[in-house]
Design a binder for this molecule. Structure first.
Ligand code: ADP
Length: 197
């Protein structure tokens, strides 16, 4: 099974992937978002996650505190692996189900998967990588998430280096300039490099 019309949208944390996803939606493209599916799957599998991480990952309303959970898994690779083992198969199944529905329309659509290249098990051939420098990733994560440099680096280092993803992507947009130039580069890609069917 291969998802013919799907284009995987990926990047590194803080590289500008969600910004591009929002622009794509504005332009009328369908974007399946792995992160929002992941949020839903995490809540649905709360019991299995608590069984591994304990009740201390809950907030005072009994919901999973994602920031706390993130703090734990990004300082311990084994625990990150355990969490991914619980959630990834379920997230993937939901993404594939939504993608199958999109395929019926026979027009290109995007699947925003932060760990597309790391996971390597999606039946998607085309990909768009949003890249940037590590310095800009750190700067944006400090601003967006209020992370310290150390917190930003632990998340960046848990991912495959962007240089490696460069070699695997069908197309790369370097998001090192202004938001305006990101928008221009995206428009150029959509006009000139979108796969033709
Ligand atoms: P990702 O989804 O890859 O983690 P985001 O799209 O959320 O990254 O971008 C991270 C942060 O950086 C956001 O706050 C976003 O507004 C900002 N950002 C992204 N691209 C640029 C840019 N070219 N110039 C300035 N800020 C940017």
């Amino acid at each position: 099974m291969s998802l013919k019309y799907a284009i995987a949208l990926s990047g590194g944390i803080g590289s500008g992937k969600s910004t591009v996803a929002s622009l794509l939606r504005l332009y009328g493209y369908q974007v399946i978002c792995a992160d929002s599916i992941a949020h839903k799957v995490l809540e649905e599998n709360k019991d299995s996650v608590i069984a591994v991480f304990g009740e201390e990952i809950l907030d005072n309303q009994g919901r999973i505190n994602r920031k706390k959970l993130g703090g734990i898994v990004f300082s311990n690779t084994n625990l990150l692996k355990r969490l991914e083992e619980i959630l990834h198969p379920k997230i993937k199944a939901e993404i594939l189900e939504e993608a199958q529905r999109e395929e019926q329309k026979k027009i290109p659509y995007f699947v925003d998967i932060p760990l597309f290249f790391e996971q390597g098990d999606y039946p998607i051939v085309n990909s768009l990588l949003i890249s940037t420098t590590q310095e800009l990733q750190i700067e944006r994560l400090k601003k967006r998430n209020g992370f310290s440099k150390k917190e930003a680096l632990s998340r960046i280092n848990a991912q495959m280096p962007l240089e490696q993803k460069y070699k695997m992507a069908s197309y790369v947009i370097d998001n090192c300039g202004s938001l305006e130039s990101l928008q221009q580069e995206l428009e150029y890609y959509l006009q000139q490099h979108l796969p033709k069917f």
